[in-house]
Design a protein around this ligand. Structure first.
Ligand code: BV8
Length: 258
């Protein structure tokens, strides 16, 4: 089906869109994905890095991995795919963005309704007390072999403010994501391999609610089979094309007769 015919059918629904986003949306911003050919996990194993066990066992290795990612992130800017979601929100078509990404690029792209279900790499929090701070600066990102300590309770370690494997998601954020999915009649599944749970279960919930699932990816994923349509290709080019056309039709014709 063409983007043109799909956008027509979506407008008939009175679009209430939720975007479910993964690392693929930030690839064009220079952020490596997790499982692709140049994925972050390729040089390491997830269990060696993004788990509480790994951190307690070797905090310096884990901080080195996050500092390496932060050095890339400090040079990164949102790309047209992030901006397309902001435009959908500004047109009143988007309920919100549920992102597995921790890079903060949706906020820089000025999207307002965002739930970061896997946390935020730009913040570090104390392992014990409630202290939290931003660390997305060159000075911190270029430190070597330093394990940051909490300045408030003194001897506990700071850790990235993200959700590691084996850790539960923040329940308030998770409930908000589920609520948005239950309100949506269209879910855009963008740049995710669909293998990390419980987020990977959200498209199935949307399907149960008879929402239209549109996948934007460069290859098939486990979610392709349940998607109403998959747009295969770089989301940084295809998603803006899709959203610009939907917005143009919505503002041009549909909205006035809606
Ligand atoms: C939990 C934050 C319970 C840290 C991340 C067996 C079965 C099912 C589940 C499990 C299981 N064993 C264990 C589990 C649970 C586990 C899990 O799902 N494991 C998987 C891997 C099997 N989940 C958890 O542990 C979660 N917690 O279950 O808690 C609990 C309850 C109570 C008490 C205690 C515990 C926590 C999961 C969160 C982990 N944290 N990140 C950090 O970032 O450092 S996950 C990490 O993967 C990132 O968040 C990332 O976003 C996420 C998902 O990956 P994707 O975003 O999809 O990225 P990926 O590289 O995989 O894919 C990129 C895609 O983009 C590809 O499809 C590619 O083709 C595409 N692409 C590339 N370029 C483009 C593109 N598409 C379009 N355009 C392009 N240009």
């Amino acid at each position: 089906m063409s983007i043109d015919s799909i956008t027509d059918s979506l407008l008939e629904l009175g679009p209430k869109i939720v975007a479910l986003v993964g690392a693929g949306i930030s690839k064009a911003s220079g952020m490596p994905t997790f499982r692709g050919e140049d994925g972050l996990w390729n040089q390491y194993h997830a269990q060696d890095l993004a788990t509480p066990y790994a951190f307690n066992n070797n905090p310096n290795l884990v901080w080195e991995w996050y500092r390496a990612r932060m050095r890339i992130l400090l040079e990164a800017q949102p790309n047209p795919a992030h901006e397309a979601l902001t435009k959908l929100e500004e047109a009143g078509l988007l309920i919100g963005v549920i992102t597995q990404n921790v890079d903060g690029l949706h906020e820089i792209a000025k999207t307002k309704k965002i739930v970061e279900v896997h946390g935020r790499i730009r913040y570090a929090r104390c392992q014990v007390c409630d202290y939290i701070q931003r660390w997305d600066n060159k000075e911190f990102a270029e430190q070597k072999d330093i394990i940051p300590k909490c300045p408030k309770c003194k001897n506990n370690l700071l850790r990235p403010d993200v959700v590691w494997f084996g850790e539960p998601l923040d329940q308030i954020k998770w409930q908000e994501a589920v609520q948005w999915i239950n309100q949506a009649n269209i879910v855009l599944i963008i740049g995710t391999s669909g293998v990390v749970h419980p987020v990977a279960s959200l498209p199935w919930l949307a399907k149960k609610n008879d929402a239209v699932l549109l996948e934007f990816n460069i290859e098939e994923t486990p979610l392709t089979a349940i998607s109403d349509h998959s747009f295969f290709g770089p989301c940084e080019t295809i998603l803006p094309e899709f959203s610009d056309l939907l917005i143009k039709k919505y503002i041009g014709g549909y909205k006035n007769n809606g």
